[in-house]
Write a protein that binds this ligand. Sequence first.
Ligand code: PGA
Length: 240
Amino acid sequence: MELLVVDDPGALAREAAARIADMVAERPDALLLAATGETPMGSYAELARLRRAGTLDTSSLRVAQLDEYRDTDASDPHSLYGWMDRALLEPLAIDPARVIRFAADEPDAELACRSYDAEIVAAGGIDIAILGVGLNGHLGFNEPPSSADAPTREVALTPESVESNRAYWAGSTIPDRALTAGMKTILATRRAILLVSGPRKAGILDRVLRSAPDPWLPASHLHRHPDAIVIADRAARPVA
Ligand code: PGA
């Protein structure tokens, strides 16, 4: 797994966006697996800027959701789909018909997960994944422990994840279950970019970089990915 350390969050956003834009130039109908969370927001804003500047054509780009809270539907502003819509789909003019999403309000979670996976297979697989890492080492909602072949599934969120979602659920009950693309799906992407920003992520990033693939540190499975890069800013990676 390659590591690229850049000066600050602005440089991180530009670097990640440039790599996505290169992929889209090569393959205009690329399928992008897109994380929500704070970390990729600058990269998505930069992609929107490139589109406005006329240097990025997103008219065929396709997007897949990485994870979703259980029992939320796409119109729920709290849903991760809602977040992705505001941050990525709308600014890049990506029609919902070009989005693979979780039917998280489907009563049968297993069915929702199998249909998500089937759509990804039918779409030809994921070309590029933009990921963030949780303070507990999760990727998507692959909470520790998650094996490298963990399938797309319904998961119980760890107390740390529920806590870090609190800010987004002012006044309402924070969900403690979610659907997530499995580690197996994440490891099958053609290219993976893990974005890590800020001093609070320095400890977990150091562990991920040093660790052999370990179910208790799901992001460490990226060491097995054939084309994975970590792009970190200096605050997240103060040491060389
Ligand atoms: P963050 O979330 O980008 O908001 O830090 C990352 C994650 O928990 O996966």
